[in-house]
Design a protein around this ligand. Sequence first.
Ligand SMILES: [Zn+2]
Length: 299
Amino acid sequence: MRKNIVFLVLFISMNAVADAGVPEMKGENGYVEPFRMFGNLYYVGDKWVSSYAVETSSGLVIIDTLDFPFSKWIPANLKKLGLNDKKVTHIFVTHGHSDHVGGAEFLQSLYGSKVIMSEKALELAKEQALKSKGKAVFLPPVVGSYAEDSSNIVVGDTEFKFYITPGHTEGDLSIDFFVEDKGKQYRAFVVGGHGANFQKPGLAKQFMASMARIKKIATQSPAVTVNLSNHPHKNNLFSNRGISAKYKTINPFISQENFSQFIEQQEESATEEVKEELKSSGSTNANNSMQPTADASAD
Ligand SMILES: [Zn+2]
């Protein structure tokens, strides 16, 4: 009897430790139920920021890690999806803003994963980590080798190609790979950063160049048909989720149009903002021309 009580106390306290600091999983906090998009591709992100799990033959790759402590939802989401017995071999981080890198060190410590990001992204992640406060305090991950432009890594049966596509930040990392649905391969693409950045001179111009480059890369055969944008409202993720539950012949997540429209929107909004910047720099003094606009840096 006494043994049982000791065990019970131990069990409860272990669970309390495991659950410590996990934000309540409810809609008001931005929580969304994780789901299998199709085949070997899962959504484990929240209402505002995307996190994807890609299943390879040698384990899982997590793309982006949410703001800490919401990152703590990711292990819980993997469990809900029945993926908790898979090894998380790699974590890819698209750029150094806290909403993408915030949980990288936490997940790395939990799973012993390799974190891959660009050198510039890690520099930014370190700055962001120093600024993090209260419950959102996070550490930058340990990065063994940086992702270089036009490099690739192979994880099990899946090859991931990387491109450095600056413009939202200096170290945006775009990712190009194949996913599978019902035995067929489809080309997926993660654009490393959304929204041109006007906080640093030159980045808006680089953003336009990066979008032009991505368009070229993505239309090479077989063209990209799976738009894995790193914010869910940019690829109609949740409305497609509703459709995909009922789809019979057309998978809504597989659409070349979705990706090309997304890139066009990115170009259009950046062009508009560049115009606005030029206007405001003409009407006020030149020093104001690079003030941040909209919420570009928040993406
Ligand atoms: Zn960002």
